[in-house]
Write a protein that binds this ligand. Structure first.
Ligand SMILES: Cc1cc2nc3c(=O)[nH]c(=O)nc-3n(C[C@H](O)[C@H](O)[C@H](O)COP(=O)(O)O)c2cc1C
Length: 326
């Protein structure tokens, strides 16, 4: 049972409680449409639609492709989509992107970094839902004060800018003062992982890395294959590339000519070229050349379509549920 009517409605619009998380440079229109038509919520960072004039075109194309799919498959669940806004002064686009999304009545927002008071104010009047990314209790309290509809708990091992707290500890700590919707992020790849998140009291599981090696993702082939070949020991957590600690694939660091031990030991954001003495233009670019992924890589074995991934997850989810409940 979901914690609020808003979450109950969202749950009823999915085949399995999964949100496909926003992935910088990886989530494009095709991935989002594939996720929503497979019956999970699909999302993308607004910054993937570039320049900004592309954003309304992306939203309209996603809407029309989902409507066309629904018209052809009236009995199937087609899930809503969402847009991720990085709410931070270093992102000069975010307020303009918010306005574009609100004018197009985007159903769901995922906000990161600063508390999203302005997003809540702008989108709640038309029924937009706001979920905010947090890695600790302090940021959770700020987001709750801003009036968000739910918290995404980004635990240790997650792809991208992950937290450091164990998921069980993080869920229990935040649930001690918040009884609203919780979405768990970090290292889940399989149907039974989603059921485990629900058993811990979460409404949804939030999966990113699992969708990088899919036929509909925008990730290049070598990146997809690196995830298939990797295990958890290939993931390095470091602030080296962006100043904020994140999880990256070690083989991509090596391929860029950077000593992975320098990255692993870094305590602050270095200039990624500094370590290899390259000039600015020749430096490897984070996300484009240095590839992000979470510790869950070890359970991803092959490149599939999103539909195949979700069908397999649903099968395992139901079998596990049956095994546990009899
Ligand atoms: C390559 C990559 C890019 C990401 N880009 C973003 C982003 O633009 N905005 C954001 O809020 N989170 C971003 N994340 C974090 C994910 O949305 C999510 O929290 C994480 O992938 C979940 O953990 P998992 O990868 O272990 O499933 C990114 C993660 C990865 C791996």
């Amino acid at each position: 049972m979901a914690t609020t009517p808003v979450m109950q409605k969202l749950l009823s619009q999915t085949r399995i409680p999964i949100i496909g998380s926003p992935l910088f440079l990886v989530s494009g229109i095709d991935l989002v449409v594939a996720q929503c038509t497979a019956g999970i919520i699909g999302t993308f960072p607004s910054l993937n639609a570039r320049p900004q004039e592309e954003l309304p075109k992306w939203i309209e194309e996603i809407k029309s492709r989902l409507a066309a799919y629904k018209a052809e498959h009236p009995n199937e669940i087609v899930s809503p989509f969402g847009v991720n806004l990085i709410v931070h002064p270093s992102n000069p686009r975010w307020e303009g992107d918010l306005e574009i999304c609100a004018q197009h009545q985007v159903p769901l927002y995922i906000t990161s970094l600063h508390a999203p008071n302005k997003v809540v104010e702008r989108v709640h009047p038309y029924g937009g839902i706001v979920l905010h990314d947090v890695t600790n209790a302090k940021h959770a309290r700020k987001a709750i004060d801003a009036g968000v509809d739910g918290l995404i708990l980004v635990s240790n091992g997650a792809g991208g800018h992950a937290g450091t707290i164990n998921p069980i500890a993080l869920i229990n700590e935040i649930k001690s003062f918040y009884d609203g919707p919780i979405i768990l992020s970090g290292c889940m790849s399989r149907g039974k992982d989603v059921l485990a998140a629900q058993a811990l009291g979460c409404d949804f599981a939030y999966l990113g890395t699992r969708f990088i090696p899919t036929k509909e993702s925008s990730a290049q082939a070598a990146y997809q294959q690196m995830i298939i070949d990797a295990d958890s020991t290939d993931i390095i957590y470091s602030p080296f590339f962006t100043g904020v600690p994140g999880n990256y694939l070690k083989p991509s660091i090596v391929a860029a000519g950077i000593d992975p031990e320098v990255v692993r030991e870094a305590k602050t954001g270095g200039s990624n070229g500094g370590a290899v003495n390259l000039n600015k233009d020749a430096r490897p670019k984070t996300w484009k050349d240095i590839w992000g992924a979470g510790q869950g890589v070890g359970s991803i074995q092959k490149i599939q379509t999103v539909r195949e991934v979700i069908d397999e997850m649903i099968e395992e989810y139901q079998a596990t549920r049956k095994r546990l409940l009899g």
